[in-house]
Design a protein around this ligand. Structure first.
Ligand code: ZN
Length: 396
């Protein structure tokens, strides 16, 4: 049996009301948990970074399990596109701060839990201060900047960091805790990938039920560390394939030359990675390459209203076009552009547009190379159009 990460001295003051005894009875009657284990759970504090897809099951189950103090970090607002998987939030919460709807929902589940809200994005500025007061950190954000930041701050402050990631039909979970003998994230991936190399859920999609599985696995690992039972996922990564309904396990080893938890660490303080996630990530990479001429959605609207002579080309996929489109656009999916360039006239002014501006920037470069001269890219794509010009256009 593993050791609990909760110091026994912290259990002395922990008491339960009769209601709490009834509430937790299914734990109390398990010999692996008992009143002692439940006291550990109540004494424990867990920080969940992100109140989204993974954060939802994590926070809901940990609250129900009776964790004493639950911290949530999130700077976002509930959007319709979140509801397919972020079960902390309901339809009526769209437009509200995620933290507020999360707090209300958690209170409903278990009013005994002390909920602490950090209305911010997790950055190198606030990471230390926030993490310091918790026993365990669970990364529920699933983006690279936060993944490296939460790893680094947890290594430096000696806190277990429970990792989860989801993409399309696949998910992964493990526990990083070099101070307990396991590896950290940088033992596997010393440096972040270049921006734009990694697709995000906003780009590739995610099966709505999947974060339910991975988030719950993260919550289970937290409870195991607290109660001090079972075999931790430390040093093992579980990978789940929803389509095949298969779990696989990989060994993870601590790297003695790891830049942060190794024998001669080169990283001794927190570094910020830009908040690059989703398509803006790809856009950032493209922009870094060389800027393309841009046009705002406001300017595009003005040109359309003024009936300026130009061709608006939408380079998204047919299925995206079927969801939403900008009036007057012509669809040529990026992959078909090389073979369909002849449909365009290089003397025309061509305005390119996609979902958020990354693919159309790529298209612009392809056309540039083919000798087209009068090209502009719509900043923010149809997402910005829906946001700023026409709210009746569905966001996806
Ligand atoms: Zn390491």
């Amino acid at each position: 049996m593993a050791n609990s990460i909760i110091d026994p001295s912290r259990l002395e003051k922990i008491e339960f009301s009769n209601d709490e005894i009834a509430r937790y009875s299914r734990h109390l009657i398990m010999p692996e948990v008992t009143l002692e284990g439940q006291k550990r759970i109540k004494a424990a504090s867990i920080l969940c970074i992100g109140a989204g897809g993974l954060g939802s099951p994590i926070a809901l189950y940990l609250a129900a399990a009776g964790v004493g103090r639950l911290g949530l970090v999130d700077g976002d607002v509930v959007d319709f596109s979140n509801l397919q998987r972020q079960i902390l939030h309901g339809t009526k919460d769209v437009g509200r701060k995620k933290l507020n709807s999360a707090r209300d929902r958690i209170r409903e589940v278990n009013p005994n839990v002390q909920v602490e809200l950090f209305d911010a994005f997790f950055t190198s500025e606030n990471a230390r201060e926030i993490v310091e007061n918790y026993d365990i950190v669970i990364d529920g954000t699933d983006n690279f900047p936060t993944r490296y930041l939460s790893n680094d701050v947890c290594v430096l402050l000696k806190k277990p960091n429970i990792y989860g990631s989801i993409f399309r039909f696949d998910g992964q979970c493990t526990v990083f805790a070099p101070h307990l003998g396991g590896p950290c994230y940088r033992c596997m991936f010393p440096e972040p990938p270049p921006p734009g190399m990694v697709p995000s859920c906003a780009e590739g999609g995610v099966l709505g039920v999947l974060p339910g599985i991975i988030g719950v696995m993260q919550a289970i690992e937290a409870i195991k560390l607290i109660v001090g039972i079972g075999d931790s996922l430390m040093g093992r990564l579980v990978s789940f394939d929803a389509l095949k309904m298969k779990f696989r396990e990989f060994k993870l080893r601590k790297d003695p030359s790891c830049p942060i938890c190794g024998e001669h660490p080169t990283i001794t303080d927190l570094i910020d990675y830009e908040q690059f996630c989703g398509i803006p990530q790809a856009a950032a990479a493209e922009a870094a390459e060389s800027p393309v001429p841009e046009i705002s959605v406001t300017e595009l609207k003005r040109k359309l209203d003024a009936k300026d002579k130009f061709v608006l080309v939408d380079v998204r996929e047919q299925f995206e076009w079927d969801i939403a489109r900008i009036p007057g656009a012509t669809l040529i999916p990026l992959g078909e552009l090389p073979s369909r360039m002849s449909e365009l006239d290089s003397t025309d002014e061509i305005v390119l547009q996609c979902k958020t501006g990354a693919r159309s920037a790529k298209a612009l470069r392809m056309l540039q190379e083919a000798g087209f001269g009068k090209l502009t890219n719509v900043t923010g794509g149809i997402a910005a159009w829906a946001e700023e010009i026409d709210p009746s256009v569905p966001k996806y």
